[in-house]
Design a protein around this ligand. Sequence first.
Ligand SMILES: [Fe+2]
Ligand SMILES: [Fe+2]
Length: 186
Amino acid sequence: MQARGPLMIEHRLIERMLAAVKGVLGKVQSEHTIDPVLVDKAVDFIRVYADRTHHGKEEDILFRKLDNKPLIAEDRRAMKELIEEHVFGRKTTQALVDANHRYRNGDEAALADIVEKLQILIEFYPKHIEKEDKVFFPSSRNYFTDEEDQAMLAEFREFDRKMIHEKYKSLVEGLEMSRIPISAGP
Ligand SMILES: [Fe+2]
Ligand SMILES: [Fe+2]
């Protein structure tokens, strides 16, 4: 398998998630209500899988290696644009988290914000994926030898191996931080 293989496989799961969210949105718009836990699940997928695990491999490994290659102007511009889109995705996800927090606390008007942010993600993300799959990944492959590409694939595997541990370590740390101090007594 080429190094871009796992990235493209991950794109397929991200697409399935987006399609599932789209299905939920249809129901939300007719019923004017959403389960905040469902939004939490979508956010967890976006943050841990799509952003940390997937964008992590793109930015920390692929893009970093490409940065040291003599990229033609068009490829360098494309890489910059992809990074900017990752940032946009993160900001939109944060806004979604904020809207979900408000909704959960009884602000019904926040539902429109939740729908808007999810719609933005559904519309923007497939275009980002298509750009990578059809244009950027094929052209970036030309900058690596077969050996370099296979070494990158091994780095991707190693990166993935750490992710499950990172996720649950941060969950435990979050719980430790939110611990309510026990009173020392009277
Ligand atoms: Fe990307
Ligand atoms: Fe990607």
